[in-house]
Design a protein around this ligand. Structure first.
Ligand code: NAD
Length: 496
């Protein structure tokens, strides 16, 4: 059985003092083991990144972009192997892994435009013979800490832009499915990144805390659950670092009485159950306005769920695969138990689903729960599984208040044919990413991705234009070249 190590200064490094099992969730078997980096190993990665920084910072942006062009090409050439590795350790179906990878590649494409993005701002004659400009300089060593649910895409939200803007990087992927992440990082090196520009340390809290405390790490990008995001933001900020920490979600879809219900059902099915609901943009709550809409929705969803196919990642006829671990499977089922105990109606029950031939896999079937109310545990917390809740309200305003009152504000969506209602909703709702008849309003790579409230700690969102700002600091230079003989003497006040 292989034990996955780290990638430091361009070479694989083993540090197998502490290791952890990595599962194949489709079968429930251990697929490999991963090393959990010690403090010394993480410090070696930071050292390598620090040493690589001066030369990389001075490499012309166009040359840095050329590496990104080659990286994009390699990602496309190796897509099949990447998707196989994602499926093996994450459990998502190959068609879903392909979509994830494509979204990641789009961030590399955006980073290819870095010479244009770094052009800065220039003003001539801000005063007599005085010119001024702002330029955007890299920060130095930057760290990224990523979750299990997008082992290819989320790291690609971070390091292509961080590196293209002239920083060097230490990535700490999820220890639950690290192999595809490391494989992709090696492709980035193959594309021409000098040794030390991109380093990967596998590990757990010890590795993360070392990155958070290290004086040479200038900034931290984090994506994961809200309690950890909160912790990361606090600890990184206390050490004077720039930090963006993206957290969890509870994404609501308002279903208005005038919505095209067949479209709603198709759309919600993909958005709630795709990737086993293990997406931070998964639509996990349908808020039906009026009992007629709720009844129609529940009836049609029940029929639709009967056709859902859950099974192993490599069978592309499956709609979704297992959840990530047995512990997570138990946690998701525990939320269904709690909903039942607290008085909700389990319309379709995914607990105890059996996939023939894969009885030890970590499967939960598609689950539909009606008559959920806001004080229930299943409503308050992020389930992160294939479970759709239905909450019944009387008015659109009531639905919006529900969404605004929730601690999370990542994504939301409204289904309606009423343009005025949709416009009011998008204008007022307290959520960062809003869809109108679009279930998963994930911004494309040339916009930026970020929730509101406790779904994002920090000022700047992930990828896109915000990433250019996050990974650079502004320097404003004002210059004058006085010719000999022109002397104004001491100036004691601003010119008026
Ligand atoms: P997680 O918070 O458990 O782990 C994320 C990272 O933090 C991992 O690298 C992990 O090793 C590290 N970590 C975990 N516990 C830690 C601790 N105590 N101290 C220091 N580091 C620690 O998240 P996960 O289960 O891997 O991912 C799922 C979560 O991520 C969900 O809540 C999901 O909504 C969220 N997510 C959010 C977004 C977003 O853009 N907002 C995107 C993807 C996933």
């Amino acid at each position: 059985m292989t034990t996955l190590g780290h990638l430091i200064n361009g070479v694989r490094v083993d540090d197998a003092t502490r290791t952890q099992a990595v599962y194949n969730p489709s079968t429930g078997e251990v697929a490999s083991r991963v090393s959990l980096a010690s403090q010394a190993t993480v410090e070696a990665a930071i050292e390598a990144a620090q040493a690589a920084f001066p030369a990389w910072r001075n490499t012309p942006p166009a040359k840095r972009a050329r590496v990104m062009y080659r990286f994009k090409q390699l990602l496309e050439e190796h897509a099949e192997e990447i998707c196989r590795l994602i499926g093996l350790e994450h459990g998502k179906i190959t068609h879903d892994a392909k979509g994830e990878l494509q979204r990641g590649i789009e961030n590399v494409e955006y980073a290819c435009g870095v010479p244009e993005l770094l052009k800065g701002e220039h003003s001539k004659n801000v005063g007599p013979n005085i010119d001024s400009w702002s330029e955007f300089q890299p920060l130095g060593v930057v760290a990224g800490i990523t979750p299990f649910n997008f082992p290819a895409m989320v790291p690609l939200w971070m390091y292509p832009m961080a590196i293209a803007t002239g920083n060097t990087f230490v990535l700490k992927p999820s220890e639950r499915d690290p192999t595809s992440t490391l494989y992709i990082a090696e492709l980035a090196l193959e594309a021409g990144l000098p040794a030390g520009v991109l380093n990967v340390v596998n590990g757990d809290k010890e590795a993360v805390d070392t990155l958070l405390d290290a004086p040479r790490v200038q900034a931290v990008s984090f994506v994961g659950s809200t309690p950890i995001a909160d912790y990361i933001y606090g600890r990184a900020s206390a050490h004077g670092k720039r930090c963006q920490a993206l957290g969890g979600a509870k994404n609501h879809a308002i279903v208005m009485p005038d919505a095209d219900m067949d479209n709603v059902v198709d759309s919600l099915t993909g958005a709630a159950f795709g990737s086993s609901g293990e997406r931070c943009m998964a639509l996990s709550v349908a808020v039906a306005v009026g009992d007629a809409a709720a009844d129609a929705l529940v009836t049609k969803m029940r029929e639709r769920l009967a056709t859902l196919k859950v099974g192993p990642h490599f069978d592309e006829s499956n709609d979704f695969g297992p959840v990530i671990t047995q512990a997570h499977q138990e946690k998701v089922c525990g939320y269904i138990d709690s909903a039942e105990a607290q008085g909700a109606e389990i319309v379709v029950d995914g607990r105890g689903v059996q996939v023939p031939g894969f009885e030890n896999g970590f499967y939960v079937g598609g689950t539909l729960i009606d008559r959920v109310t806001p004080e229930m545990t299943c409503y308050l917390e992020e389930i992160f599984g294939p479970v759709l809740l239905v909450v019944r309200v009387d008015t659109m305003q009531e639905a919006m208040t529900l969404i605004d009152d929730h601690e999370y504000g990542n994504g939301t969506c409204i289904y309606t044919r009423d343009g005025e209602a949709a416009r009011y909703f998008s204008d007022h709702i307290q959520v960062g990413m809003v869809g109108i008849n679009v279930p998963l309003p994930v911004p494309v790579s040339y916009h930026s991705f970020g929730g509101w409230k406790r779904s994002l700690f920090g000022d700047l969102s992930a990828y896109g234009p915000d990433a250019v700002r996050f990974y650079t600091k502004r320097k404003t230079i004002t210059q004058r070249w006085p010719s000999a003989g022109v002397r104004e003497g001491a100036q004691f006040s601003f010119p008026s």
